[in-house]
Write a protein that binds this ligand. Structure first.
Ligand SMILES: [Zn+2]
Length: 177
């Protein structure tokens, strides 16, 4: 779950202490393919899994044996129907500004606000201290936090929310569209 290069380094060292062979197995794999700590923050997606691909692949099983054009038509119809079903579901269940899963993450981060002590540096910058002894630099203007969770996902982490809360700002403005 490391989101910073420092944390990644500590975890790799810990893994090496536990099992040298396991750590060596990762040597020929570049970390930007399997560790959040090395992901770019451009996509605003911190997913490590390929569940989406697996799920799509299994749902088109029926169409995979068809000739290419028939398969494509089947997939077009499947996707068209699926997107409309999801739109209908969202209209019924989506009552807030964000989809329920994102709102849940924000609510969980808000619940951990007591762990953070924000110190204002200027109108956009905060130094946030946590009870575990770490400090994080939050830049509200550029959308970054030292923990990189906000940078990677676009969802304000607890450090960012503590800075937003300290300025009585709306977290909606700091959640990536
Ligand atoms: Zn953070």
């Amino acid at each position: 779950m490391a989101t910073t290069v420092n944390e990644f380094g500590r975890n790799v060292k810990e893994m090496r202490d536990l099992d040298e062979c396991a750590a060596d197995w990762f040597n020929d794999k570049t970390p930007n393919q399997w560790s959040r700590s090395h992901f770019t923050d451009f996509s605003k997606c911190d997913m490590l899994l390929n569940n989406g691909c697996e799920s799509f692949n299994s749902s088109i099983l029926e169409a995979r044996d068809k000739p290419i054009l028939s398969m494509c038509e089947w997939i077009i119809e499947y996707l068209m129907n699926r997107m409309q079903v999801n739109r209908d579901t969202a209209e019924q269940r989506w009552t807030g500004s964000f989809c329920p899963k994102i709102q849940k993450v924000i609510d969980q981060n808000f619940a951990e606000l007591g762990d953070c002590i924000p110190i204002k540096s200027d109108n956009f910058h905060y130094q946030v201290s946590c009870h575990e002894g770490r400090q994080y630099s939050v830049d509200l203007k550029n959308g970054t936090c030292g923990c990189r969770k906000w940078d990677l996902s676009g969802i304000p982490c607890k450090h960012t929310l503590s800075a937003i809360d300290a300025q009585r700002l709306d977290y909606y403005e700091f959640t990536h569209k």
